[in-house]
Design a protein around this ligand. Structure first.
Ligand SMILES: [Ca+2]
Ligand SMILES: [Ca+2]
Length: 82
């Protein structure tokens, strides 16, 4: 059943993205991390780095942008206490 495998893989990647955006960061619960929300968890984050993370340039970090930033080491993994 190839379809079952594909669905499972998609579900796994969605879960991965969902994990990158924690409720700890997204304090207003809109599913996006603003610069001010990120600064609470990442006080050393610069506006420049934020703009690099915001690859679609909408001024907010979505799950995918967050996951990529964590993957590239731009942000610490939110699941790991520094
Ligand atoms: Ca938010
Ligand atoms: Ca964005």
């Amino acid at each position: 059943m190839k379809n079952v495998t594909l669905v499972a893989a998609l579900a796994a990647s969605v879960a991965f993205y969902a994990n990158a955006m924690t409720t700890e960061i997204d304090t207003d619960g809109d599913g996006m991390a603003s610069l001010s929300e990120l600064l609470v968890s990442y006080p050393e984050l610069t506006e420049e780095l934020f703009r690099e993370m915001d690859t679609d340039g909408d001024g907010l970090i979505n799950d995918e942008e967050m996951a990529i930033a964590v993957d590239l080491g731009m942000l610490a993994d939110p699941d790991i206490d520094a």
